[in-house]
Design a protein around this ligand. Sequence first.
Ligand SMILES: *[C@@H]1O[C@H](CO)[C@@H](O)[C@H](O)[C@H]1NC(C)=O
Ligand SMILES: *[C@@H]1O[C@H](CO)[C@@H](O)[C@H](O)[C@H]1NC(C)=O
Ligand SMILES: *[C@@H]1O[C@H](CO)[C@@H](O)[C@H](O)[C@H]1NC(C)=O
Length: 247
Amino acid sequence: MLYSIVLAFCFISLCQCEEPKSCSQFYYVDKLLEKMIRNEVKGETLEKEIANTNSNVQLTLDELKRERYNFKNEIMEFKILMEDFKIKTDSIKETMESKLIELKTEKTMSTPNVAFKARTVKDKNPQTGETLIFQDIMFNNGKAYDSSSGIFTVPVNGTYLFTIHICVNPGKDFYYGIVYDDILNTSGLFSDSSYVKCYTADAIMQLDVGQKVWLICVNNRSSGNILEERTSTASYWNTFSGILVHV
Ligand SMILES: *[C@@H]1O[C@H](CO)[C@@H](O)[C@H](O)[C@H]1NC(C)=O
Ligand SMILES: *[C@@H]1O[C@H](CO)[C@@H](O)[C@H](O)[C@H]1NC(C)=O
Ligand SMILES: *[C@@H]1O[C@H](CO)[C@@H](O)[C@H](O)[C@H]1NC(C)=O
């Protein structure tokens, strides 16, 4: 009875046989077994694949852990480096700041621009004790030289260099004196019997604010002594100059 039902079912649904002889009673079982085996093989493959995937995931995880560990170490190293860098930067900053202060101090302590030069002596026949006045200012940085009196008034304490350049007629002389506050500091005689000659003399003085410096004729041994000339063929300039060398 059951057999006939299975057979009938086979005939109706599953066994769409082309040839009646292949539609045996084993056909269905065969097909079923085949299917089961196929599924089993598939299952095995799947299992293998899952195992494979698992081990891959594990490997990846391990790798990630390693990387995380390395990354941590790298961050630590970087932190140490940054700390070291900060210490170095701070010390550089400190050095720079102290250098800057030094530079600023140097700048404020640097020598002020005090320098003058004047020419054209007013009186070419100066008397004893007379101040020589150089009327034409060539430059007067610091405005310490007065061209109306011929006197330089010290604007800042310091070491000054003064220079005079005087041309003397032949057979005449000029007895010069560079004075500060009426005290003779440097003195000498310019003279030649045969030729016009120009001479230079200097004085280096340590002076304080307000002290005065000028050029005097120490002794009028002769008259008509200084030659002041500016022609196309001859040029005799008489000058007085000074500069602050050091504060
Ligand atoms: C000239 O001046 C310098 C510097 O101020 C000073 O040392 C020297 O004693 C002075 N000389 C005379 C003769 O006054
Ligand atoms: C200039 O020098 C005098 C005398 O040495 C001193 O008393 C004075 O304080 C100095 N002035 C300055 C601005 O340094
Ligand atoms: C020198 O000066 C005195 C007084 O000022 C004057 O009497 C004399 O003539 C002058 N000597 C010369 C050579 O200029």
